[in-house]
Design a protein around this ligand. Structure first.
Ligand code: ADE
Length: 317
C-alpha cells in the first residue's frame, strides 16, 4: 500500500546515488535540468561533446520507461556554454497517459533535485488554442491550468514528503519572472524577433490524453483562459516548485486546435455541403502525432539557440 512503500524520497535518493556513481566528478552536480519534449531531443546538441555521459532510462533503477514513438529515453549529462555549466537533459519523459502513476511521471524531477539541480527548463509540444498563435511559434509559459490536478490527480497527493518541501506549496509564482524576462532578452539578442516565428507568453492547460481534444473541449479550454494545451509538463513543474527549483517552460505550437464547431451546431453546412466538402472541412486542423513531430523538427533549432543563450546569460550574472 502507498503508506508502507518506500516513499519517493527514499527511491529518488537511491536513483540519484546510482546516477552519481556513473558520472565523472565534473558532471555529478548538474545546476540546470532540461526536459526535452516531443521532437525536441535535438536540445542535446547544445551541450559540449566532452565530457558527456548518456544513461538509458531502461538501465536506471526506479526510472519509468518511456513508450512513445519519438521519445528516446536517455538521461544525458554534460556541460554547456562559456562557463561550462554542468547540466542534465531528460530526453524523453514519462507521460500520465502511458499508464504511469503521477508519482512516476514526476520521479525524474525529484532525482534532478537530489543531484543538485537549481533550475529546470521544461519543453513540450502543445496544441495552440490562442487564435494569434501559428504552428511553429514558441510560447514561454507564465501560468497553467492543472485540469487533472483540480480533480485529485496530483503529484503531491499523499503524505507530504518534508525532505522536498511543504504540504501546501504556493504556485502563484511558479513560472520564474526573472527567467522569463531573460528569455525575451535572449530572443532579441539572437535576432529571432526579426523572423516569422513568434515568441509568446501564455497559459498551458494540462489534460490527461492520449486522445486529442474535441472541438467542444478546445472551445472550453480557450474560454477558461488557456493559450496552449498539452499532456505533460504541469506535474513536473509542481514537483519542481515544491522542492524549490526555479522553473522556465516552453511550448512549441505543433498544431492549431480546432475551435470552430464543424458540422455540430452548423445545421446549414451539414445539409448543403457535399460529403467531400464536409470531410475536408472537418479534417482541417485535425491533430495528428506526425504533424506534431514535423513542427518540432523545424522549430527545434530556434528553441535550442534560445535555451543555450539563456543559459550563457544566466551564468554571466
Ligand atoms: N500535443 C501536441 N498537440 C496537442 C494537442 N492538440 N493537445 C494535447 N496535446 C498536444
Amino acid at each position: 500500500d502507498t503508506l508502507a512503500a518506500p516513499n519517493a524520497y527514499v527511491r529518488a535518493s537511491e536513483t540519484a546515488d546510482y546516477v552519481r556513481s556513473k558520472l565523472p566528478e565534473v558532471l555529478q552536480k548538474p545546476k540546470v535540468a532540461i526536459v526535452c519534449g516531443s521532437g525536441l531531443g535535438g536540445l542535446v546538441d547544445t551541450i559540449d561533446a566532452e565530457p558527456k555521459v548518456e544513461l538509458a532510462y531502461s538501465t536506471i533503477p526506479n526510472f519509468p520507461r518511456s513508450t512513445v514513438q519519438g521519445h528516446a529515453g536517455n538521461f544525458v549529462f554534460g556541460t554547456i556554454g562559456p562557463q561550462k555549466t554542468p547540466v542534465a537533459l531528460l530526453v524523453g519523459r514519462a507521460h500520465f497517459y502511458e499508464g504511469h502513476t503521477i508519482d512516476l511521471v514526476t520521479f525524474a524531477t525529484r532525482v534532478c533535485r537530489l543531484l543538485g539541480v537549481e533550475t529546470m527548463i521544461v519543453t513540450n509540444a502543445a496544441g495552440g488554442l490562442n487564435e494569434n498563435y501559428e504552428v511553429g511559434d514558441i510560447v514561454c509559459l507564465n501560468d497553467h491550468l492543472n485540469l487533472a490536478g483540480l480533480v485529485g490527480i496530483h503529484p503531491l497527493r499523499g503524505p507530504n514528503i518534508d525532505e522536498f518541501g511543504v504540504r501546501f506549496p504556493p504556485l502563484s509564482d511558479a513560472y520564474d519572472l526573472d527567467l522569463r524576462r531573460r528569455t525575451h532578452e535572449a530572443w532579441k539578442k539572437l535576432g529571432l524577433d526579426q523572423q516569422k516565428r513568434k515568441l509568446h507568453e501564455g497559459v498551458y492547460a494540462f489534460v490527461g490524453g492520449p486522445s486529442y481534444e474535441t472541438r467542444a473541449e478546445c472551445r472550453m479550454l480557450r474560454s477558461l483562459g488557456a493559450d496552449v494545451v498539452g499532456m505533460s509538463t504541469v506535474p513536473e513543474i509542481i514537483v519542481a516548485r515544491h522542492a524549490g527549483v526555479r522553473v522556465l517552460a516552453f511550448s512549441l505550437v505543433t498544431n492549431k486546435a480546432v475551435l470552430d464547431a464543424g458540422s455540430r451546431g452548423n445545421d446549414e453546412a451539414i445539409q448543403t455541403m457535399s460529403k467531400s466538402e464536409l470531410e475536408e472541412h472537418l479534417n482541417k486542423g485535425k491533430a495528428n502525432h506526425q504533424e506534431v513531430l514535423d513542427a518540432g523538427r523545424e522549430a527545434a533549432k530556434d528553441m535550442q539557440a534560445l535555451v543555450k543563450q539563456i543559459l550563457s546569460d544566466l551564468h554571466e550574472g
